[in-house]
Design a protein around this ligand. Structure first.
Ligand SMILES: Nc1ncnc2c1ncn2[C@@H]1O[C@H](COP(=O)(O)OP(=O)(O)OP(=O)(O)O)[C@@H](O)[C@H]1O
Ligand SMILES: [Mg+2]
Length: 260
């Protein structure tokens, strides 16, 4: 049965897509069957995977709409990227999903029901979400067992964080009691700046070391890698972001094995 992990934060540009794509790719390269689900109509995870969203004619939007009509999860929407690594890609039509879901019964559990049929085919399902808490993100939170909140280590990111935690508590209480908050992933960390260090200290005193992942350091190779449609560890095996991402993945797997 797959372990389903969602990367979410209402704040834009916090590193959700970067982390989701690289983590899925690293897990796949260490022998785990991984499915990356792109739930953002910006389709950045899809682009990161080297696909062109406007060419995706049967992506996650079409798959979910089809599922609503037929109750069958169509595996055709899944694209294999390499051994062990597949993606359920997005195109910009996904922005219409909020409206499609609005009037249906059990609108929060559509993605969860859809993924049930795929659970036995993967070890990990990694979900990337948009920077908002609409029905699409709620579906992703309801479909998952584990939540990671990527936070850019700057001041404004701290401001929005309590809102994101409230979203988690609400979903956990009302819709998905199984959802475990695994921790904060400090992103784009620059140890040379005082603000990065201050934000990290603040996160540690608020959440404690057990709910804080290793920081992913700021590294221009991360941006270059996405431009080449590669995970950072393949684009630059020795650079500091690769080192941090590998530690992150080990911590993630350990926390999941310990069930949180
Ligand atoms: N460790 C890093 N070092 C340098 N740049 C980074 C790092 N991590 C992410 N970035 C860059 O920061 C930007 C925002 O990252 P990303 O797109 O992953 O955030 P996001 O939370 O998914 O954004 P959105 O909310 O728009 O979906 C991107 O340009 C990405 O390449
Ligand atoms: Mg994103």
């Amino acid at each position: 049965m797959a372990q389903t992990v969602v990367f979410a934060n209402r704040k834009g540009g916090s590193g959700k897509t970067t982390l989701a794509f690289n983590v899925a790719s690293l897990l796949a390269d260490s022998g785990n069957r991984c499915l990356l689900v792109d739930m953002d109509s910006q389709a950045h995870a899809t682009v990161h995977a080297g696909l062109e969203p406007f060419k995706i004619t049967f992506g996650v939007y079409e798959a979910l709409v089809n599922f609503l009509e037929s109750q069958q999860a169509v595996p055709d929407s899944i694209i294999s990227l390499n051994t062990n690594f597949s993606i359920l890609p997005a195109n910009e039509k996904l922005s219409a999903l909020e409206l499609e879901l609005k009037d249906i019964k059990n609108r929060e559990i559509v993605l969860k029901d859809f993924l049930v049929e795929l659970e036995s085919e993967f070890d990990y399902i990694i979900i990337d979400t948009p920077p908002s808490l609409g029905l699409v993100t709620i579906n992703a939170l309801v479909a998952s067992q584990y939540l990671v909140i990527p936070v850019k280590t700057d001041f404004l990111s701290l401001v929005g964080l309590s809102q994101m935690m409230n979203d988690y508590y609400r979903v956990n209480a009302l819709l998905n009691p199984e959802l475990k908050f695994l921790g904060i992933a400090p992103m784009i960390f620059d140890a040379r700046t005082r603000i990065s260090k201050e934000v990290l200290n603040q996160l540690e005193s608020t959440f404690g070391p057990n709910r804080l992942f290793t920081p992913i350091r700021s590294d221009v190779k991360v941006m270059e890698a996405s431009g080449h449609a590669l995970p950072v560890h393949k684009y630059c095996p020795k650079c500091r972001a690769t080192q941090d991402l590998k530690i992150f993945v080990e911590e993630l797997a350990r926390r999941i094995n310990n069930n949180g």
